[in-house]
Design a protein around this ligand. Structure first.
Ligand SMILES: O=C(O)CCC(=O)C(=O)O
Length: 289
């Protein structure tokens, strides 16, 4: 698909499906590493990885996936999505990942209906102005296994990133146990390796998983470089040290806080990764700022 068509559909619907975003051998590496974290209890840490204290029973959320090793680090600026992300978050401002986790779930698990443009939240907002996107949060949901009917696929309400009105299902409670009966919601089916990219203010959630087995997806949320981690997690010093400068810039874009009375130069904030996208789109942005 052309860049123009991707932009058109993203603006229209609030999401894009990137088919075959991650290759099979890379998926296998990610899955093999994830297998070694399956015994974590709710709230337990292993190194800098933590299973969320709230993910109990049929759901496991393993936070800080880049701490799991190099195959995960490759996802930070993965070529299948980094240009799109840079463009949709907003050109030359630079990026920050404010959450990364594996969502592993079994029968009966579902994500309730949430988000929607009616909330007008800045952190997750959709914005397009004068030829530029300025979205507050763009999510990548990467499937590490096929997700078909009955597997509890992600469900989206296309175009609800621009809605003014509250979807009635929020008040009736219909979307609480999954979005199957929510008017206007559509289920996304993924092959392993596909990545769903969407602006978080689009109303979304998932279907209830009714099949045996396990759904495995990775969720990575990108926003502007001045964001903060939702739960206060920090990258480990080891991770920061071993990342490429481009990846480090996305995981830890801001220099440490400058204390008062420090002489000399302040650290400079260079949006290094964004530069590639700025160059790529340069011709198209000129005169439109
Ligand atoms: O689990 C899913 O499929 C939906 C994920 C979700 O709700 C989110 O990323 O906010």
């Amino acid at each position: 698909m052309s860049v123009e068509m991707d932009e058109y559909l993203f603006d229209l619907r609030g999401y894009l499906m990137l088919e075959g975003a991650v290759e099979a051998d890379h998926q296998a590496e990610l899955n093999a590493i994830l297998d070694t974290y399956q015994d974590l209890e709710p709230g337990e840490w292993r190194g800098w990885v933590r299973r969320s204290p709230n993910s109990k029973g049929t759901t496991r959320h393993l936070h800080q996936v880049f701490e799991m090793g190099e195959p995960f680090e490759r996802l930070i600026d993965h070529p299948s999505w980094i240009d799109h992300i840079t463009r949709f978050v907003g050109g030359d401002d630079g990026l920050f990942i404010d959450e990364s986790f594996a969502d592993i779930r079994q029968q009966t698990a579902a994500t309730p209906l949430h988000s929607g443009a009616h909330k007008r939240r800045i952190r997750t907002q959709y914005r397009y102005h004068n030829g530029q996107f300025r979205c507050g949060q763009i999510n990548i949901l990467l499937a590490l296994r096929d997700v078909g009917p009955g597997d509890g696929g992600t469900m989206v309400i296309p175009s609800s990133h621009k809605s003014n009105l509250l979807h009635p299902a929020f008040e009736s409670g219909e979307g609480r146990g999954g979005l199957e009966n929510v008017e206007g919601a559509v289920e996304v089916s993924y092959n392993a390796g596909d990545a769903l990219m969407f602006v978080d203010c689009m109303a979304h959630g998932s279907a209830e998983r009714v099949n045996d087995g396990e759904r495995r997806i990775l969720i990575i949320r990108y926003g502007p470089h001045w964001g903060t981690d939702r739960y206060g997690y920090q990258p480990s010093p080891e991770l920061v040290r071993r990342l490429t400068p481009e990846r480090r810039q996305i995981v830890q874009p801001l220099p440490p806080i400058t204390p008062p009375n420090v002489e000399g130069e302040y650290p400079k904030r260079e949006p290094r990764v964004a530069k590639a996208a700025v160059d790529k789109y340069k011709g198209r942005w000129e005169g439109r700022r």
